[in-house]
Design a protein around this ligand. Structure first.
Ligand SMILES: Cc1cc2nc3c(=O)[nH]c(=O)nc-3n(C[C@H](O)[C@H](O)[C@H](O)COP(=O)(O)OP(=O)(O)OC[C@H]3O[C@@H](n4cnc5c(N)ncnc54)[C@H](O)[C@@H]3O)c2cc1C
Length: 396
């Protein structure tokens, strides 16, 4: 096993037994370090159980491949695996699943203890420099010497740069260049940044010139915009945004329950019912007061303007700001709590029923080293558990 992360441990545990010797080689001195810091120290282990057809929609890359993998090990299996080992899990309102302890250490501990029970040998600070096919299997070249294995599972995680995959060079495996996923949008020239901290619960964010659009909470930050709708957009639009050097126009409808005509008709109704109210003073459409004032300002509405005699030009501008607010995006900020890499081992070279390489016998892959990534919410660990399980179980 190469890699002592979530996928590596899960694969090693499921590969053990049948009298075989299983070893984990981890290049850093620490094991399971991402599990430890994940989910803000709570580890968002998976997501609330859902059908496979819905689950796969949370993976911008790897959807079709995972459809097959999840038939072998899905969310319900993750629950069962942890619960049957004494790790009680809880589902939060947004569907994310955490250990009841609210501590990622619980997950680290159960993986370490299962590995120990299974007699898995662990070599830390032992990075694999080269993986070469040999007559009877593979040679693993490390600074500490050469190890030999009949079968190898590569679970080395994602790398922001292609050189993280150099140890696989001799195998001539196809790699899709790594690019970031899950980031927030920088909008350096936009005045809305002054409203940092303000959030709407149900916005709709689109990228002009694409079909990409996602609903959900939108948060204004010091650098631009963030929140689940933006993160989803960044994940599903990772390739497009990368190709466009993270320059784009984001178009926001601040309350996706309303269309352009709904905004207009509601505003007209309101002005008829409350002609003497100041436009600035009464935030509508469940929007925060400061955001509403910002839209009034952007629509060139006078602070003393009453609803009853709001000029048509200003009314239309207000509708435009509510329905299709344009933000010039220039750059990104990586979402520190759940950075994942898009790209990795090309899925066309891996059998989704076994995780075995289609080119090299007895070589398997698991986890984020593959060109698979999920959005936030526990989907990345679910992919690590499922691919890890399948790779481990498939070794003859
Ligand atoms: C801060 C943070 C928080 C996150 N929180 C969540 C969350 O709550 N829920 C969720 O679903 N996802 C979360 N993620 C994503 C999730 O952590 C990853 O998708 C998951 O860890 C991938 O598991 P992995 O085993 O494939 O890779 P990793 O966990 O990255 O493990 C790979 C291991 O391989 C080792 N390695 C690399 N190259 C070599 C080599 N040549 N030789 C030997 N060893 C090597 C690495 O040192 C590493 O320990 C988070 C990510 C980050 C960064």
């Amino acid at each position: 096993m190469i890699g002592g992360g979530a996928a590596g441990f899960f694969a090693a545990i499921h590969a053990s037994g049948k009298g075989r010797e299983v070893c984990i080689f981890e290049k850093s001195p620490k094991l399971l370090s991402k599990v430890k810091v994940s989910g803000g120290g709570r580890c968002n282990v998976t997501h609330q159980p859902m059908e496979v057809s819905k689950l796969i929609k949370n993976y911008p890359r790897g959807e079709k491949f995972l459809k097959k993998v999840f038939r072998h090990f899905s969310i319900a299996d993750t629950f069962l695996w942890f619960e049957s080992r004494g790790v009680h899990l809880k589902v939060e309102v947004d569907g994310r699943v955490f250990p009841v302890s609210d501590s990622s250490q619980t997950i680290v501990d159960v993986l370490l203890s299962e590995a120990e029970k299974s007699g898995i040998k662990i070599f830390t600070s032992t990075g694999i420099k080269e993986l070469n096919p040999s007559q009877s299997g593979y040679e693993l070249i490390t600074e500490k010497g050469v190890f030999r294995a009949d079968a190898v599972i590569v679970a080395t995680g994602g790398h922001p740069k292609s050189d993280g995959y150099n140890f696989l060079n001799s195998l001539k495996i196809k790699l899709n260049s790594p690019i970031p996923s899950l980031f927030t949008f920088n909008t350096p020239g936009e005045s809305i940044r002054e409203l940092m901290g303000i959030a709407v619960q149900d916005g709709l964010v689109k990228i002009e010139g694409t079909k990409l659009n996602y609903r959900g909470p939108v948060l204004v930050t010091h650098w631009g915009i963030s929140g689940p709708a933006v993160l989803k957009l960044s994940a599903f639009g990772a390739d497009w945004l990368y190709d466009h050097d993270y320059r784009a126009r984001a178009i926001i409808n601040w309350n996706s329950l309303y269309g352009e005509n709904d905004y207009l008709s509601q505003l007209v109704k309101y002005s008829q019912a409350h002609p003497n109210r100041k436009v600035y003073s009464h935030a509508l459409f469940d929007l925060p007061a400061r955001l509403w004032e910002h839209f009034c300002f952007k629509s060139e509405i006078d602070p003393l303007q009453l609803h009853g005699n709001l000029p048509k030009k200003q009314l239309n501008k207000l509708v435009q700001n509510l329905f299709c607010y344009i933000l010039e995006v220039n750059g990104k900020t990586t979402f520190k709590d759940e950075f994942v890499t898009a790209g990795g081992i090309d899925l066309n070279e891996v059998n989704p029923e076994t995780m075995q390489s289609l080119l090299h016998p007895n070589l398997y892959f698991a986890g984020e080293v593959l060109d698979i990534d999920g959005i936030t919410g526990g989907f990345n660990f679910q992919a690590a558990w499922s691919t890890g399980f399948l790779a481990g179980r498939s070794i003859n």
